[in-house]
Design a protein around this ligand. Structure first.
Ligand code: PGA
Length: 259
């Protein structure tokens, strides 16, 4: 696991965009996209590089991590819409190649299997962007999710619904159920890129990087993965015990060793 501590959220976005752009340039890349506030600045930076530097996503395919169950198709807060609005509509990634689990499906279990199959058929995810919940969730894998879980329906914790209420008129409008890639599914992506900013994420980041692997902190499953880059700002890094070591490692990163 490589820990990259950057001074500000803007620097986190620049580094994350560098990583994603590397995959895109090496393409054709299968991108794993995440919603939430944290990756927004990264998407803005990628959009800027598309516009100003000709970074092309035309050969990419993307897969969302998760989706609310029960929001009608086209709802502005459905993750399919959010990803379009915040990222893919502003680059040359065709809509037909922007995939997400369908939270309106009549048969959710069948939809979960279809989604797993679609990711496999695309050759698997090359780089998976991840945010992290204050409770350590990645995707919508809440605490005590099986570390081997696959795409399935989950019930959100009250804390996650409170955290996400800012996108809705009230907490009562935040769906209770979601369809999310499992921890086993996410772990199959070839490169995991976890982003976190702000003091509110410091505890979850410390537990993920330095705590025991345990289903109570779902993101700790990343410790099993051979290629993880954690990019955090100073505030999100503030509870890391070995912070000085991570800074030392980065300062002495061998030349030509990409993230
Ligand atoms: P956030 O959400 O980026 O809005 O903090 C992260 C998450 O819940 O995965």
């Amino acid at each position: 696991m490589e820990i990259v501590i950057r001074p500000t959220p803007a620097d986190v976005a620049t580094t994350a965009a560098d990583v994603v752009a590397d995959h895109v340039r090496r393409g054709p890349a299968v991108l794993g996209l995440a919603t939430g506030s944290t990756p927004l600045a990264t998407y803005q930076e990628l959009i800027r590089r598309h516009r100003d530097e000709g970074l092309s996503f035309a050969d990419c395919v993307s897969f969302n991590l998760d989706e609310y169950v029960g929001l009608p198709k086209g709802h502005p807060e459905s993750y399919r819409e959010v990803i379009r609005k915040e990222f893919t509509a502003h680059v040359d990634l065709p809509d037909a190649k922007v995939e997400g689990p369908d939270g309106t499906a009549a048969d959710i279990a069948a939809e979960a299997q279809r989604y797993e199959d679609a990711i496999k058929a695309a050759g698997g995810v090359d780089v998976q962007l991840l945010g992290i919940g204050t409770d350590g969730h990645i995707g919508f894998n809440e605490p005590v999710s099986s570390l081997a879980s696959r795409t399935r329906i989950k019930t959100l914790t009250t804390q996650t619904r409170e955290d996400n209420a800012r996108f809705f008129a009230s907490i009562d409008e935040v769906p209770i159920h979601v369809l999310t890639q499992g921890l086993g599914t996410i772990s199959e992506a070839r490169h995991l890129l976890l982003l976190a900013t702000g003091e509110g994420k410091a505890e979850a980041i410390a537990a993920t990087v330095e705590g025991p692997v345990a289903a109570i902190n779902p993101a700790s499953v990343l410790q099993f993965h051979p290629h993880v880059t954690v990019v955090v700002d100073e505030a999100a890094a503030s509870r890391l015990r070995l912070k000085d070591y991570y800074v030392h490692v980065l300062a002495n990163k061998p030349a030509n060793q990409p993230f």
